[in-house]
Structure formats: structure tokens, C-alpha cells
Design a protein around this ligand. Structure first.
Ligand code: ADP
Length: 372
């Protein structure tokens, strides 16, 4: 079976690593011939994943196609789907999710709990919604990794908003941020992974590390699982989806956003769960039964980011010591060049004891530095 992946970043790379267990011919489309996935696939095509003709030509001879990022040309995927190529997730699901305005409206239409919102078309319109603040302004398309999200505490912050179609949503008093990965195959069978819990650095508001399974009261867990499952059922598409949720101070569960693809919050499933998110997506694409999502042991993820003040050929300081630690798995994405904040890899830690996970996560954060 010939399967194409749109995008050749680290998620594509890990998806290709898992493809090694199956009989599949892999194709990647990506502009950068030195991207993390370029050398792990059978056929690499250099090209723009947002261009109709490029995506259509890439997909034409394939049996199936999937994505590692939602910023792709959906029209080309629709045409390929109409011509018999299996597209996972369905282009309609990508269309709903890739624009945050459409995504929010979808939650409302399907009565999926999410923070209250209004849609704004330009910066001037924000002035009309002063009463709605404090709120979070999110650009409809083109935002990622926190870019495209602006917190507006009061009317003094209005200039920090976006002069483009965007969602203005009520600021949630967040107690916890969790993510649940849900998988649905072409037979409509559905399963999910245990939630992962994001632990943020309160000073920088960056993800510090992640723990899984999240520690939640049973009722909150059931509610979160039911909501995440409902999102995927309503999208009516096979595929693997990451549903990011807020638990607020009153223990209400709200959907923040969804991703129709393998996700950063699921890296730990490679070692931490019987079937990883990457293995699961291959099962779905190739038409096999769903895998077992049970955790083997609780796990933590620490991201390896380029250190501040260093740009150039990457040097991994502290790698020897981290590699020598028990039940610690280092994943480097093969990027030769570092710059401040660039995602260069991640480390997964397994242990039955959460205290040990937290201790090791902090230790690794301090030991491992990417310099140049
Ligand atoms: P991105 O797609 O760039 O990751 P998100 O929509 O996930 O953007 O927002 C980034 C972060 O901003 C979230 O992880 C959360 O901490 C904060 N945030 C987003 N929406 C809200 C909200 N409605 N209320 C409070 N905080 C929010």
C-alpha cells in the first residue's frame, strides 16, 4: 500500500518510525529536503503542502494520504478523496479544525462544552466587545505554538488583538490543562488514550513537562473522556485526534482546541502505552483493528528546546548523563541547526511513581541543554 504524509516535521518522522512494523510504501511531501522526516521515507517529494496542484499531483498515485499538520490544501484532498484516494482524517474534519473560527462554531453547533465566544473580523470590532474582557483573542488561521493567541486582560490590551478574522473567547480560570487522544477507524470503532496533563512554567507560560495518565477525580475523568469522544464522533471522520481540554476552578470541563493528527501530547505513547499514537494511526490507515491504549507505566515528557543565546550547529550538553538514566528514552529529531526555543527532541520517562517522574523530569530539564 502506498501512503503519503503531508508535512515532514518531527511528527511525520515518528510516524515513519512506526511504519517500519508494517508493509507500506511511504511518501512524504514537504518543502524542506532536510526536514526531520525526509530521510526516513521511501519517496520524498519537495513541494508546498498548501498548494493545490502540488498536493493533488503528490496524492494522485497513492492509495491513502494523511497529514502531520492541518495547514494543508484541503481542496486538493477533497478532489483526491472524490477520486478514490483514502484520506485520513477526512478533508471535512481538517476543514472544520484548521480555522479556529469554524472550529469554535462547530463546538457550539454540536453542544460540546467550550468557553463562551464572539467572532471578530478586524481589530476595530474588538472595541465593541470591551465588556467581554478578560478574554483570549485567537486568530482564525495561521497561528501555532502560542503565536496567534493573545490574552486581553482589559481594554488597555485591545491593541494586542488581531486585525484578521479571529475568535474572542472568555478567559477561563484554568485549574488544569489536559489532552486526550481519540482514535476512530474506518469501521467506526473508537478508543482513547488516558489523558495527559500539562504542567506549565508559571513564569514563562511554556510547557514545562507533561504527565500521563493525568491525576483527576473520577467524575472529571469520565466527563473529559465523554467530551473528547463526542468531538470525534461529531467530526464523523476516521483518524487520530488530540482533544485539548481545560478543567476550570469549578471542575467544569471545556474543550480548548482539537488537532486532527498525531500530536505532541502523545509522544510518550511510544514507550508508555502498548500501542503508540503512531502505531494507532497506521492501524487506522491500513484498515487493521485498533490497538491497546492502556499505559504500561505512568510517563512524563520533557521537551528538548534550543537554549537561549545559541544559534548554529547543535551540541547536546548533558546527553551522556541523561542517556545513562534508567527508563529514560531520548528522541532527537535529527535537526542539525539549533536556535532559541526550537524543538529539537523530547525525552520520555517511565516510572510507576509520580514523584520519581517529576524528580527526573526536573533533573533532565536542568541537565540537558542544546547549545551551538
Ligand atoms: P495554540 O494553538 O497556539 O497552542 P491554544 O489555543 O492552545 O493555542 O492556546 C495556548 C494557551 O493559551 C493554552 O494552552 C492556554 O494556556 C491559554 N489559553 C487559550 N485559551 C484560553 C482561554 N479561553 N482562557 C484561558 N487561557 C487560555
Amino acid at each position: 500500500m502506498k501512503v503519503g504524509i503531508l508535512g515532514g516535521g518531527q511528527l511525520g518522522r515518528m510516524l515513519l518510525q512506526a511504519a517500519g512494523n508494517y508493509v507500506v510504501e511511504t511518501h512524504v511531501l514537504e518543502n524542506d529536503p532536510n526536514c526531520p522526516a525526509a530521510h526516513l521515507c521511501h519517496h520524498f517529494t519537495k513541494g508546498d503542502i498548501t498548494d493545490f496542484d502540488t498536493v493533488y499531483a503528490f496524492g494522485k498515485g497513492l492509495d491513502a494520504i494523511t497529514i502531520e499538520i492541518e495547514a494543508v490544501n484541503v481542496e486538493a484532498l477533497e478532489k483526491l478523496e472524490a477520486e478514490g484516494v483514502t484520506v485520513i482524517p477526512k478533508p471535512s474534519a481538517i476543514r472544520t479544525i484548521k480555522n479556529k473560527v469554524v472550529q469554535k462554531a462547530f463546538y457550539k453547533e454540536h453542544e460540546i462544552p467550550t468557553s463562551a465566544f464572539v467572532i471578530t473580523h478586524n481589530l476595530a470590532e474588538l472595541e465593541l466587545h470591551k465588556d467581554f474582557l478578560p478574554a483570549v483573542h485567537k486568530i482564525g488561521q495561521g497561528g501555532y505554538d502560542g503565536k496567534g493567541v493573545s490574552i486581553l486582560e482589559s481594554e488597555n490590551d485591545i491593541s494586542k488583538g488581531f486585525d484578521a478574522p479571529a475568535v474572542l473567547e472568555k478567559k477561563v480560570a484554568i485549574k488544569k490543562e489536559i489532552a486526550i487522544i481519540v482514535a476512530m477507524n474506518t469501521r467506526g470503532e473508537i478508543t482513547h488514550y488516558p489523558p495527559a496533563e500539562m504542567i506549565f512554567d508559571p513564569v514563562w507560560n511554556l510547557l514545562d513537562y507533561q504527565l500521563s495518565p493525568a491525576i483527576l477525580p473520577e467524575k472529571t475523568l469520565w466527563r473529559a473522556e465523554a467530551i473528547a469522544t463526542k468531538v470525534v464522533k461529531e467530526l464523523q471522520s476516521p483518524g487520530l485526534f488530540a482533544i485539548e481540554l481545560f478543567i476550570d476552578k469549578n471542575d467544569e470541563v471545556l474543550v480548548n482546541e482539537s488537532a486532527p493528527r498525531v500530536h505532541n501530547s502523545g509522544h510518550h505513547t511510544i514507550e508508555g502505552n502498548y500501542s503508540s499514537q503512531y502505531d494507532m494511526l497506521w492501524r487506522i490507515i491500513l484498515g487493521y483493528p485498533l490497538g491497546n491504549t492502556d499505559p504500561i507505566l505512568p510517563s512524563a515528557i520533557v521537551n528538548i528546546l534550543g537554549a537561549d543565546g545559541f544559534s548554529g550547529s547543535a551540541i547536546y550538553e548533558g546527553l551522556e548523563e541523561v542517556m545513562a538514566m534508567d527508563n529514560v528514552f531520548v528522541h532527537l529529531y535529527g535537526k542539525t541547526q539549533t536556535k532559541p526555543g526550537r524543538k529539537m527532541g523530547h525525552v520520555t520517562i517511565l516510572h510507576k511513581d509520580y514523584q520519581d517522574l517529576t524528580y527526573k523530569a526536573n533533573k533532565i530539564k536542568h541537565l540537558l541543554k542544546v547549545k551551538a
